[in-house]
Design a protein around this ligand. Structure first.
Ligand code: GLU
Length: 290
């Protein structure tokens, strides 16, 4: 039997808050209960937002919480060649196309259209660059910065129905087409969350993905990429998100307390970890800042 390998995969764009800690604790507990391994992967592909100081703070906060990981810490910023190689495989098959649109052009086009379909992440890309001629596409690709988008309908037609399984939800039919032509490589980074996470979970031999329910829908896209790239399919354990007393999910923008705030306030890490695993939040957690 293959032993369980799970992972915690934070993006170092800020300090860990209680929601991250909860997710990390669940992944850690699952690995320990199963006699498996917990890997730590730093998802630092966003050059504008990822910072080294946050990486160091995350390592410190996890250690403070008593969460030990196995093996070396993997950093996505050092693996860009692997993502480029995966993208190349999709290029060769005509499953991706370059997109020259700016964010504001996409927003304007969506605003001007009578019926802009919405996906789990908001309005879907209107397909502007999918309609370019082959010659315009290759000419502009040499001169203009561009992202790479998945030709979703072509990809879905190629693979047919796909399923994945979640510990709580059971067997799930993947409906990645709801997302439209997702970005697989950004203008400012030669990959995207969807591509990097799919490549790395396979490369690291991850068998079980423990993460928040906010990423439940995105799993449909990951399942599709796994199929297109011939990658193994892990089991998923999407957990409920902790909410504050107003019912809002814990997030930086909602003022959720960071682990740094709790450390500074003298919280006992063992107690905090045990309480979080029981779904109990420390008093005054929504905003520790005065
Ligand atoms: N890096 C993602 C985040 O911090 C998590 C990715 C994942 O668990 O698949 O939200």
């Amino acid at each position: 039997m293959i032993s369980v390998v799970t992972r915690f995969a934070p993006s170092p764009t800020g300090r860990l808050h209680l929601g991250h800690a909860y997710s990390a604790l669940l992944a850690h507990r699952y690995a320990r209960e199963q006699g498996g391994t917990l890997l730590l992967r730093i998802e630092d592909i966003d050059p504008g937002r990822a910072r080294e100081e946050h990486v160091q703070a995350i390592l410190g906060d996890l250690a403070w919480l008593g969460i030990g990981w196995d093996g070396e810490v993997l950093r996505q910023s050092q693996r860009l060649a692997l993502y480029a190689e995966a993208l190349d495989r999709l290029k060769v098959r005509g499953l991706v196309y370059p997109c020259f649109c700016t964010r504001s052009a996409i927003t304007a086009e969506i605003a001007a259209s009578a019926s802009a379909p919405h996906g789990p992440d908001g309005p879907v890309y209107p397909g502007t660059c999918a309609r370019l001629s082959e010659s315009e596409r290759s000419h502009r690709a040499h001169h203009e910065p561009h992202a790479w988008r998945l030709d979703m309908m072509k990809a879905v037609r190629e693979v047919g129905d796909l399923h994945w399984s979640d510990a709580a939800a059971g067997e799930v039919l993947a409906e990645p087409d709801r997302f439209g032509d997702v970005v697989l490589a950004r203008k400012d980074a030669p990959t995207s969350y969807h591509l990097a996470v799919s490549v790395d979970d396979a490369a690291q031999g991850v068998t079980d993905i423990v993460r928040g329910r906010d990423l439940f829908a995105a799993t449909d896209v990951h399942r599709l990429l796994q199929e297109l790239l011939g990658l193994p399919v892990p089991r998923y354990h999407h957990h409920a998100l902790l909410a504050d007393e107003k019912g809002r999910r814990l997030a930086k923008r909602n003022g959720a307390a960071t682990i740094a705030d709790l450390r500074a306030a003298g919280a006992d890490p063992k107690r905090l970890a045990a309480d979080l695993l029981d779904g109990i939040l420390p008093a005054g957690f929504t905003s520790a800042a005065p």
